[in-house]
Design a binder for this molecule. Structure first.
Ligand code: PEP
Ligand code: MN
Length: 342
């Protein structure tokens, strides 16, 4: 429920609304707007309380109108936050006019590999260097990542090249370690509903990029984001990375491009698209990256490896530095066509 105050409402009116909500054991969230304030109730309202609460709030002094919120998530919804949220991390803005490029290998493998990747990322104009250190692998026999050592390499190389860094965290107790090495925590698709992890990442206040689970609905995705916001983390990026495909013979996943404009409509959070995991075949990644920009993504995550053939994970979907460089002018042209830059 959202209580929209009238333009002439005074502080006393606002306080009265907040007190009336809190007196019923509910939380009240003050939402400053352009010329008026609204007060949101993010917590679930018991069904028998809804109508009396609505009636009571509607007649309080300074209240313009009371609206029911139709979505199960509140803090992540456009209804609670009308303007686009711009997440600013060390001066890099996500969700503004500029489309941010995040790139680097699937996994951190060595210092040399990361240095070559960082040079290519810089040359392409990317602001974020990616590299997994703790890897969620389907098989226990697959490369599991360099772990602590990988985080150190990523941190060092990111600093040397003036790039932000992002890496995945898979377990709640490792949130402090990963957060102390990278600028953005990645919560991977397989962990989208790892609730203890969402709670720890939320409490950390560290920027988080949350990936959509391969079978998650958009409501489930935004409810996972709601955990982060509820635990007081406002620096949240959503990432569409592909859902389970109908047919795996031609692509690893199906990048759900519908999700991009839909998420932008129903949520205020920045939306990143990951065409690398989305289609999973490097020669098709550029087309889906261009399509993601056209669809309205605020950022593009692209796996890129100095030598994809020798990559320890996801080589088949990784661009070479040359392919990334060749893609950039085309991305910029599509961005310009929709009034943005990249
Ligand atoms: C990754 O970014 O390398 C990764 C494992 O992504 P996802 O969680 O989307 O599969
Ligand atoms: Mn990967």
């Amino acid at each position: 429920m959202i209580v929209v105050m009238s333009v002439g409402a005074v502080e006393e009116d606002i306080q009265q609304v907040i007190s009336a909500i809190e007196a019923r054991g509910l939380s009240a969230l003050r939402m400053p707007g352009g010329d008026r304030v609204a007060v949101g109730i993010p917590s679930a309202i018991p069904p028998d309380m809804r109508e009396p609460l609505y009636q009571m709030l509607s007649v309080l002094s300074g209240v313009a109108h009371v609206a029911h919120v139709s979505r199960p998530y509140k803090l992540a919804s456009r209804e609670f936050h009308r303007a686009d949220t711009v997440v600013e991390i060390k001066g890099v803005r996500f969700g503004g006019q500029h489309i941010q490029i995040m790139t680097g290998p699937c996994s951190v493998e060595s210092l040399d590999q990361m240095q070559a990747a960082a040079e290519a990322a810089r040359a392409a104009g990317a602001r974020v260097l990616r590299g997994g250190a703790f890897k969620p692998r389907t098989s226990p026999y697959a490369f599991q990542g360099l772990q602590d050592k990988g985080l150190k390499i990523l941190q060092q190389v990111g600093r040397e090249h003036g790039l932000l860094t992002i890496s995945e965290v898979m377990q709640p107790d490792l949130v402090p370690l990963v957060a102390s090495h990278v600028d953005i925590l990645q919560i991977g698709a397989r962990n989208m509903q790892n609730f203890p992890l969402l709670i720890e990442a939320g409490k950390s206040g560290h920027p988080v990029m949350l990936k959509r689970g391969p079978s998650a609905t958009l409501d489930e995705f935004l409810l996972a984001a709601e955990y982060l916001l509820h635990y007081n983390n406002s620096k949240v990026l959503l990432c569409e990375r592909g859902v389970h495909p109908l047919d795996r013979s031609y692509a690893r996943n199906t990048l759900d491009l519908n999700a991009v404009p839909v998420l932008k409509e129903i949520s205020h959070l920045p939306v990143i698209a990951d065409p690398s995991h989305g289609i999973g075949i490097s020669r098709h990644v550029p087309a889906m990256a261009l399509a993601s920009v056209a669809a309205g993504a605020d950022g593009i995550m692209l796996e890129m490896h100095p030598n994809p053939r020798e990559a320890l994970s996801d080589g088949a979907q990784s661009l070479t530095p040359g392919q990334l460089l060749a893609l950039m002018p085309r991305l910029r042209a599509v961005a310009a066509a929709i009034g943005r830059s990249a």
